[in-house]
Design a protein around this ligand. Sequence first.
Ligand code: FE2
Ligand code: FE2
Length: 275
Amino acid sequence: MKHWLIEDVAWDRFDAARVDPGIVALVKAAAMVERNGEDYARYLNGVFADDPDFRAAADRWAVEEVQHGEALGRWAMLADPSWDFADSFARYREGFRIDTGATQSLRGSRAGELVARCMVETGTSSYYTALADATAEPVLRQLCQLIAADEFRHFKLFYDHMRRYLGRERIGLPRRLAIALGRIGESEDDELAYAFHCGNEAAELEYDHQRCLALYMSGAIRCYRFRHIERATGMIFKAVGLRPRGVLSDVAARLAWRLLQARQRRLARRVPAAA
Ligand SMILES: [Fe+2]
Ligand SMILES: [Fe+2]
């Protein structure tokens, strides 16, 4: 059962004057990654083949992710009527596929897989909250708030299943932390950068990972405020088994914020050349 439907969004409140083209480019990329959610459900169904409860939950989860993609794609077509979501998504599917036939988690264990899923949901929940706060366009703001609420629920879903698996697969703090940091680092892989390319660049222009990463990440990081990073840090701490609130998480949040700002400055320096 979905928590909201695309028709629940107040599309008639769309205000073209409040559209920021930089944010439109980010939304186009996000729409494609979200729309691709079914492949992740296929992968999770393979990894959790003998766990019907989890498989059913993963299938329901993917329906929500696909809806995120459809809704974001619809908004991006309102903001840029020349953009064709179906066309861009077809290009994305052509060039980016995950291994949907796997029977073992890439992370070495099911509990590890669920730690990685918690990181993805930490990333998406904080990102849509940041986008909702960054945009002045009322429809996008409402949409991002609805999506962020789903992403927080998804975190809880994977976290609860992770707790269950940790009872059988005893992976300790160092391993969970390594998986968590590894998955966060993967945000710089092709998935998002290539989505940015397919959503925003002409098909004739050859894909360049560094160019697209710089364009996507520098724009995305600009939307964040410290409070978003603070909350995300608490969620990361919770997923790896540390206290989500306390001196350590405060220090980590401040450090993460500084690293993110430095990363943004480095990426932004590459952008004029990239664009
Ligand atoms: Fe999503
Ligand atoms: Fe999600």
